[in-house]
Design a protein around this ligand. Structure first.
Ligand SMILES: NC(=O)c1ccc[n+]([C@@H]2O[C@H](COP(=O)([O-])OP(=O)(O)OC[C@H]3O[C@@H](n4cnc5c(N)ncnc54)[C@H](OP(=O)(O)O)[C@@H]3O)[C@@H](O)[C@H]2O)c1
Length: 290
């Protein structure tokens, strides 16, 4: 599980561990990860939680994590690609990718490919991509994926979350084509009060943005516990089929209990999905399921 130090990832990892899953908290700050692991063990003495360093915005770290993890495990029932940043000013990852596209999509694309041996060795394995309702504002700008010519913080976030859904669908098609008994699904939490909004406000200069998000959190947001339900449903519900997208059932998919939800037409575009896959292979150097 990536991004399990706070918000939805923390809740999801804790619920899985408390209900008997053996969970790796894949985090960029291992001290915070250990703190989370200790809190989970305090809630459930038998919980099997392990903390490993993973910065998804650094392909070297992704490779190092995957090699270490594969050295210690031969099967992977569930990979939850959840870590993310939202609507931040333009910045670059260790590999020179625009930070939101690099973190939210490319790092997870590489991670999934590098962990494939354990996924293919586990019949019924699931890969869950955590997207967002904001995928609907996204557009794939294949001529400027990194926003080098024109950048908007929300535009880049929307593109990265659209990429999560295109990746999810293409991964599912490639599992099917290769006859691999794994499946790929996606989820989104609606609007949940987590660190996502405050991190965005801080990186954009703070001020009124904290007040704006604070008001939104109080008036509209659901709790992180509720926001994690679609991910948990996508990860564990036996009736969820490959290619499904799970989100909240309330008005505007902002809150409520999980159900299968629709995607934008851009997210269902197969040509875009193929083009994104090829671009992601080229950019990360991780090639799989050709
Ligand atoms: N909250 C919402 O309303 C909402 C709505 C739609 C979609 N989502 C999606 O839900 C997912 C989880 O977000 P959240 O709301 O739980 O936010 P959050 O509380 O800010 O959690 C984000 C997590 O991602 C981790 N992360 C960020 N960059 C990373 C990197 N380079 N390497 C490894 N970990 C990294 C963070 O680690 P640190 O603690 O080290 O920063 C943190 O654990 C995201 O993909 C987000 O796009 C959230």
């Amino acid at each position: 599980m990536t991004g399990s130090t706070s918000g939805l990832g923390l809740v999801t990892a804790a619920e899985l561990a408390i209900h008997g899953a053996e969970v790796t908290l894949a985090v960029r700050d291992t001290a915070r990860g250990e703190h989370v692991a200790t809190a989970i063990r305090a809630r459930s003495a038998g919980a099997k939680v392990d903390v490993q360093r993973l910065d998804v915005a650094d392909l070297g770290a992704v490779r190092e994590f995957a090699a270490g993890w594969l050295g210690a495990h031969s099967r992977l029932d569930l990979l939850i690609n959840n870590a993310g940043v939202m609507a931040i000013p333009r910045a670059l990852t260790a590999d020179g990718f625009e930070m939101q596209f690099g973190t939210n999509h490319l790092g997870h694309f590489a991670l999934t490919g590098l962990l494939l041996p354990a996924i293919t060795a586990t019949p019924g394995a699931r890969v869950v991509s955590v997207s967002s309702g904001a995928h609907r504002i996204g557009r794939m700008r294949f001529d400027d994926l990194m926003g080098a010519q024109k950048y908007s913080a929300w535009g880049a976030y929307g593109q990265s979350k659209l990429a999560n859904l295109l990746f999810m669908s293409e991964l599912e098609r490639r599992f099917e084509r290769a006859g691999i008994a794994a499946f790929s699904v996606a989820a989104h939490p609606g609007y949940a009060s987590t660190n996502l909004q405050s991190t965005s406000a801080t990186l954009n200069g703070g001020g009124f943005r904290h007040k704006f998000y604070g008001l939104g959190d109080r008036v509209m947001a659901q709790t992180a516990e509720m926001g994690a339900l679609p991910t948990l449903y996508a990860a564990t519900n036996a009736s969820v089929a490959g290619g499904s997208y799970i989100g909240p059932s309330g008005i505007g998919e902002m809150r409520g209990h999980p159900k299968e939800v629709g995607m934008s037409s851009a997210a269902r575009n197969r040509d875009n999905a193929t083009q994104l896959w090829l671009a992601s292979e080229e950019l990360t150097g991780v090639r799989y399921l050709d």
